[in-house]
Design a protein around this ligand. Structure first.
Ligand code: CDP
Length: 203
């Protein structure tokens, strides 16, 4: 069976947790496409040229344990502006989406550019302050030296860059189900996402 769930939204809206849980529930594979951009950005921070890094990206690059920092996130959103970098990463994502057994992909342009024919499209949002608070707790919980103000600033700068770029900007597909998680805990948000997928599977 081929079945694609596309989950997009701004930074730290809860896409990662929702995607993992939806994939586990239905037995689908999961690809966090943000990691591809983070891994490319990390290699640029280490001195490589962006397109070269994107073209030679390997699975091991996605498994690095230093990708979840605000510095790497900023570098990711800067390489993500470059159309040739995005183009170099398209095939890998499209192939993953059409794999046998179902796939969940989360990112910024999955429902609009990578998988415009996805069976289910979700667009997950939350207020800036709530997203910043959740990300602050996540990063400080890992022992990173972050402040609430610094995290909020990172999200706002990236969201603006992601929304305003020419190539595959962050946007909800016209047929996406909007999920605002500002007033939901993670269990509620996951339940809403699972019911949206079930509604399509039942057809
Ligand atoms: O985890 P968080 O939502 O903060 O970010 P992420 O999903 O890991 O993505 C990091 C950056 O990669 C984003 O700010 C985007 O600039 C870029 N990205 C993208 O352009 N397209 C995607 N499909 C996924 C991420």
């Amino acid at each position: 069976m081929m079945f694609t769930v596309a989950i997009d939204g701004p930074a730290a809206a809860g896409k990662g947790t929702i995607s993992k849980r939806v994939a586990a529930f239905f037995g689908f594979a999961h690809l966090d496409t943000g990691l591809i951009y983070r891994a490319t950005g990390a290699r640029v921070l280490a001195g490589e040229e962006a397109l070269e890094a994107a073209r030679s990206l390997r699975v091991e690059d996605l498994q690095r344990d230093d990708l979840r920092t605000t510095e790497v996130a900023q570098a990711a959103s800067k390489v993500a502006v470059m159309p040739e970098v995005r183009a170099a990463l398209v095939d890998f994502q499209k192939d993953f989406a059409r794999r046998e057994g179902g796939a969940v992909l989360d990112g910024r342009d999955i429902g609009t550019v990578i998988c415009p024919d996805a069976e289910v499209k979700l667009f997950v949002t939350a207020s800036d302050e709530i997203r910043a608070e959740r990300r602050f707790l996540e990063l400080s919980g890992k022992g990173q030296d972050v402040t609430r103000e610094g995290v909020l600033e990172d999200l706002r700068i990236r969201d603006q860059r992601d929304r305003e770029r020419e190539a595959a900007p962050l946007a909800a597909a016209a047929d996406a189900v909007l999920i605002d998680t500002s007033e939901m805990d993670i269990e509620e948000a996951v339940a809403v996402a699972i019911s949206a997928v079930e509604a399509v599977l039942k057809r």
